[in-house]
Structure formats: C-alpha cells, structure tokens
Design a protein. Sequence first.
Length: 526
Amino acid sequence: MSMVLQLEDHELSGFWATGSLETVGPLLNAIGIAVFVIGVRDDGGFEIEFINRYYEATFGVESASLVGRPLEDVLSAEQTANVSENYRRCIETGEVDEYDEEIELPSGPFFSRTVLTPLSDQGRVVRLIGTSINLSDRRKLELELATARDRAEVANTAKSNFMANMSHELRTPLNAVIGYAELLQSELLGPIGVAKYRDYAGDIVFAGKHLLEIVNDILDLARIEGGKVELDEQEVDPNRILDKAILLSQEKPALRRTSVEAGRLLSDVRIRVDRRLIRQALVNLIANAQKFTKPGGRIYVGTEMLDDGRLCYVVTDTGRGIAAKDLPVALAPFGRVDAALSADTQGAGLGLPITKALVERHDGRLFINSQPGVGTSVFMVLPADRVLEPSGARSKSSVDGLKDFFQIDGVEVPQAALEMSDQMLDDLPIGAIQLNRDGKVLKYNATESKFSEMRAERVIGRDFFREVAPCTFTDSFHGRFREILDGKSQSELFSYVFTLVRPWKVLIEMRPGVEPQTVWLFIRWI
C-alpha cells in the first residue's frame, strides 16, 4: 500500500487528497491490510475519516463508531498527544514515515507498525493515509521471552549460588569422612581386628574421593557460570602446560590403562593465559580420552599454529567416539551420552562443560570431531592475540603438523579414499568432495553434507567455486586447485574459513584423483 502512495503523480496525489472517500472506499476495502485515513483540520487537529474492513477485523472496531470523530474523542489525552506528534512529524517532513506505536483503541490496547503517507492539496497536507500491521502477538511474545529470559537468569544465578554453597557445605564433612576412613584403613592407632573392616574402610575412601571430585567439579562450574573466575594471566610456554597436564592425568591409577603420546609441539612460542585454568582444561580432555579409550588404543596430544595466528591444543584418541547428534548433550552440564553410561566409566558429565567454559573465558573456542567406533579429536583453540614469539611477533603457521588428523588407525585417508566406494566415503568422519577440471562437484559425502548443511543431491553437478561455495574462489583455494590440475603439486594442505550456512574453520588436504583431471578435497573441522 505504501508503495502505491509514494507515486509522484500530481493528479493521482490530488485525487487521493481531495477525492470522495465513498469513491475510493471500495478500493481500500479490497486491500488485505489495515488502512486508515486521517483528515487534517484547519486548526491543526485530526479527524478519523475512514477505516477499511481489514482494519475493523484486525483491531476489533467498527467504522461507524470511529469515522467522523476527532482523534481526542476516541483516544485518551496522553494517547492523542503521542499519536498527534507522529502525525505532525509526517506533515512537517512531507515524506512517508514508518514507526512502531502502542495505541489503545476502544477494543483494547495494541502494538502496531504504521506507515503514514501525507497527501497535499495546493501545497498543504490535508490528509494522512496510513497502513497498520498488528504486532501485538509478536510484542507479547517478545515480552514473554524477555520475562522468561530474566527469570532464567535469576534462576541460573540462584542455582549457581546454591551449588557453590552446597559444595562448600559438602566438602567439609566429606573431607572428615575420608580422613577417618584413611585412619582406619592404615590402622594408625592400632589393628582393627577384622581384616574385612580394613577393606570396607578402603571402599569408603574410594567412594568419598570420587564424590569429592564431583563436588569440586560442581563448585568449579558454579564459579565459572557465576563470573567469579578471575584470570591470573602470565606469559608461559604452551608445551610446559601440556607436559604438566599429561603428568597429572597419569596420577589416577584407573586412567593409566592407556598411555598418552606427545606429538608435534611448537617451539619458541609463548601464550598469555591463566596457566592453572588451561592446564585444568587439558587435564579434563586427556582424562576423557583415557576414560573412553580401551587398553592398546592411542591418545595423541600436541600443539599447532593455525594460519590465522591462533594456537590450537589437540587431544585425539581412538576410543568410542561420539555421534554428532550427541555432541550438544556431551557439552551440556551433567550431560552423559548413552555410550558413557557403562559400568567402566565414572563422572557427573562436567568435564567437557568445564573445559568449554574455561576456554571461552580466555576468548577461545572448543571444537570436537568425533565418529563412533573411530575416535575423537578435540581442538582447544586460543585467539591470536594471546600468542607470541619471544620477539613479540606472531608465530608462523605449523599447519603441516596436522596431517595426522587425516589418518585413521594409521591409514592415510586421502590416499585410501581414492579407491573407496561411495558407501565407504559416507562412513568417513572426514568430509570428502570430488571435483572435475571445471570445478563441478562429482561426489559429496555424507559427513560433508552434515557439516555444510547442504544435501549431496543439491550440490552434485554444480560449480563448487561459483555456486556451492563462492568464498573459495580465491588464489589461496582455487589457485591450489589449478596447481594440482596442472600437475604442479600432488598434495596441498591448508586451513580455510568456509562461509556456507555458517562460518566454518577447516583444514583441507587437496589431492589429484585417480580419474584424469579430477581433484579430491578432504576436510576436517577445527
């Protein structure tokens, strides 16, 4: 409607300004939007001249009860002043005006979006014609959501305070129980007399310490959520933190069944972080990997420098793995996925949430790649402004060290995938895309579809660089593709940010295909 009223046809404008509303009424009544016409009196006041049927239905009023009445007869004095102010602003500017307003009609209060158009005759605005959209339901929903959010924040604060207070209250008696049980177990004051009692005391010590760990985790989470964790920042060696975390993770006998292997480590790089909190986050990640990896499995930890200057701690294992649909559960406080409920694992499901919160407290991010039955890779990424070389300069990328993340059970996936069936490709925990020389998509596996949120049938046959992911039509991406096609390179490994449905930071290994003039892209998300 507002588009119609902005036509710069003087005859048409004059017709709307001075024409009989009985003539234009049928036209306005046929429009599927609420329309009203306000007459501008010589004394500067306003009078309701017309409302269409859609206005009547939308706002629950009748034309007969409003038309012909001055604005002040319909609205309260305060409402009249507010509405008149909007009308006068439109008259003074002489332009279409759009605004939101709260108005109380005889049928009740409403929140609406109004578009107002001034109509002039001989240089004077004599009418205002407007359209209104009833946003009352949306406004009510917004208010309800805001109220619910406020209540949730209050409840969350109360919960955090309660957990913190209860944790303190529980720790004191727990420490006493553990202390007395250890006293009995060691028979410090003399023999107990019955050997079985000593075993029972040992069980009490074990159970008490386990419960104390959970209480400490709850207290940590409550402090983080309550914003009570202050960072004691220092410039430290990231490898020293990792070494200490590995050492601490070996202190629990139950977790020693799987050794931790230190992989690639950065040199001459320092980070500005809270040493204790980052170490705690790494201990949690390593403990999780140990907990869910069977004896004989592999746990790999290391540090890498990404192309954009961020530092990445990596903890990867060949354990059970987590299905993509279960990752939100695993990252939620007290969340435990079905696979974690077996008798050989313990914990309250706080390790990952605490780790995520500690990393985010440093303005970092936590990313997880996982596949059931294959294993899990967790990337703990710290921002570039926390990473320094001894000279104070930003460190160079060490992305080549991430080739290990394109291996599964010692098999180099990019090489093996060249001979895989489509079903085997779909089962990979790594994204796989095959392109022809023109950049058209030939294959697009299920893992890539899941992360890009683009179905294979939607992208196969389309130009990857121009239609599927235009963000890749750059020298750093498309240029590498051309080099492989031209035989100048047999492998390209680099990090990139895909901007598809959402931004994704990824590692890409690009290789020539078995079929002539084809190229494979293998993608890991970090």
